[in-house]
Design a protein around this ligand. Structure first.
Ligand code: HEM
Ligand SMILES: *[C@@H]1O[C@H](CO)[C@@H](O)[C@H](O)[C@H]1NC(C)=O
Ligand SMILES: *[C@@H]1O[C@H](CO)[C@@H](O)[C@H](O)[C@H]1NC(C)=O
Ligand SMILES: *[C@@H]1O[C@H](CO)[C@@H](O)[C@H](O)[C@H]1NC(C)=O
Ligand SMILES: *[C@@H]1O[C@H](CO)[C@@H](O)[C@H](O)[C@H]1NC(C)=O
Ligand SMILES: *[C@@H]1O[C@H](CO)[C@@H](O)[C@H](O)[C@H]1NC(C)=O
Ligand SMILES: *[C@@H]1O[C@H](CO)[C@@H](O)[C@H](O)[C@H]1NC(C)=O
Ligand SMILES: CC(=O)N[C@H]1CO[C@H](CO)[C@@H](O)[C@@H]1O
Length: 331
């Protein structure tokens, strides 16, 4: 080996590490350490103070982060309001977003952060940190949230429709959707595990009870029939019910546990997309492994998958902007 062998290898390694690093847009832990040292603490304090009064918001805030990341990357675009001047239909008004919650909460956090350091902390980072902190406050998993995301200036309803997988998705649509965001099948399963907390509205699954494949009176055969009958009798009493709220993980919808996966294996996943995870041998075996493993193991793996989701197509450096108000682009 030449004299320069080790140095050469070292340089190649540095370059490789550099490339891998930059493909994730150089988010870094505690990005605001110098520019706003109190930022993460202010956000965490806000969450710790407010979420215990409204614990169901934790699920909503976790979902908000998912929807943000799947449309134009984690850039806060999900927060933008419809504006008359642009006449654009923003992501918020798209069908998958009509059930999103937690916008006033994000505005409250932003206000608290702006009071300390105006114009420094992005709404995209606030969404990412709030999702993590809310889940932790309610007893769920912790994950690292590197920061430095910048806010986007575009929010487009038809893009939300195209990028957020509908609850009627089959396995191959889910696989394609997640793969297009750089997420593999293991991550699809782990992240779907978020459905261990939170609620749904009937229209997200009532075709499975009333009108499967467009045939009136037909039930989805992949849904446990007793569970389906119960949902019809006690929850979604008509196919037009668009207000009743249903736990996705009944009886345990505020606990971040493994019971969502246990239900899915018992054909009691609420959405077709949940059931679809058992139609592939690969994802089914991941679910079996999770159910047989420990909660600690699930938390650890979920956390790694969340950290990866939080890096999807992020804008960093001088891209985008730091919004003054999370619901509007800077003028
Ligand atoms: C795999 C594809 C996914 C589909 C098709 C899907 C679909 C849905 C639907 C239809 C709802 C209920 C909306 C309603 O009717 O109110 C929901 C709720 C929820 N989703 Fe997903 N989701 C997926 C993945 C994810 C991921 C990756 C996360 C987070 C990591 C997530 C977190 C949540 C949470 C926490 C709720 C409850 C929200 C609340 O209580 O307000 N979902 N999802
Ligand atoms: C609205 O649409 C225009 C034209 O596509 C785009 O340039 C602009 O950034 C959009 N604004 C928002 C807030 O999405
Ligand atoms: C929104 O996105 C769709 C699909 O990419 C595109 O055709 C449309 O022009 C966009 N609308 C605006 C207002 O930018
Ligand atoms: C899955 O859903 C997509 C989109 O609706 C459809 O095009 C495809 O044929 C379906 N695949 C299977 C195997 O049913
Ligand atoms: C049942 O599904 C079909 C096809 O999607 C739809 O055209 C029809 O309106 C649905 N029926 C009801 C009562 O919602
Ligand atoms: C919900 O249902 C009510 C009554 O059927 C209807 O007036 C309303 O427009 C529906 N809302 C949505 C968002 O579909
Ligand atoms: C965005 O819309 C919400 C609800 O319609 C409203 O309360 C809020 O003031 C709006 N924010 C901005 C910055 O326009
Ligand atoms: C949170 C949010 O913006 N929800 C909107 C979803 O879309 C409906 C219908 O377009 C709006 O009325 C909601 O305000």
């Amino acid at each position: 080996m030449s004299k320069f062998g080790y140095l050469g290898n070292f340089l190649v390694l540095c370059i490789l590490v550099g490339i891998v690093g930059s493909s994730h847009g150089q988010l870094q832990l505690n990005f605001y350490a110098k520019s706003c040292p109190q930022a993460e603490k202010i956000i965490q304090d806000y969450v710790q103070k407010q979420i215990p009064h409204a614990p169901s918001l934790a699920a909503a805030l976790l979902r908000l982060h998912f929807h943000d990341c799947f449309v134009r990357g984690c850039d806060g675009s999900v927060l933008l309001n419809f504006t008359l001047s642009t006449k654009n239909q923003t992501e918020k008004v798209a069908v998958p977003n009509q059930t999103l919650r937690g916008f006033p909460f994000i505005d409250g956090v932003k206000k608290a952060v702006e009071a300390e350091c105006p114009g420094v902390v992005s709404c995209a980072d606030i969404v990412a940190l709030v999702a993590r902190d809310s889940v932790v406050v309610t007893g769920g998993p912790y994950w690292k949230v590197p920061t430095g995301r910048r806010d986007g200036r575009i929010s487009n309803a038809s893009e939300a429709l195209a990028n957020i997988p509908p609850p009627t998705s089959n396995f191959s649509s889910l696989q394609t959707s997640f793969a297009s965001k750089g997420l593999d099948l293991k991550e699809l399963v782990l992240l779907s595990g978020a459905h261990t907390i939170g609620v749904s509205h009937c229209p997200s699954f009532s075709s499975r009870l009333y009108n499967f494949t467009g045939v009136w009176g037909k039930k989805d055969p992949s849904l446990d029939s007793e569970y389906a009958s119960n949902l019809k009798m006690k929850k979604c009493k008509s196919i037009n019910d668009n207000t009743t709220i249903v736990e996705m993980d009944p009886g345990s919808s505020s606990k971040f546990d493994l019971s969502y996966f246990q239900l899915v294996l018992k054909r009691k996943g609420l959405f077709q997309s949940d059931a679809a995870l058992t139609t592939s041998a690969t994802t089914k075996s991941f679910i079996n492994q999770l159910v047989q493993g420990s909660l600690k193991q699930f938390y650890a793996e979920f956390g790694v998958a969340m950290e990866k989701m939080g890096k999807i197509e992020v804008k960093t450096g001088s891209a985008g902007e730091i919004r003054k108000h999370c619901a509007a682009v800077n003028s």
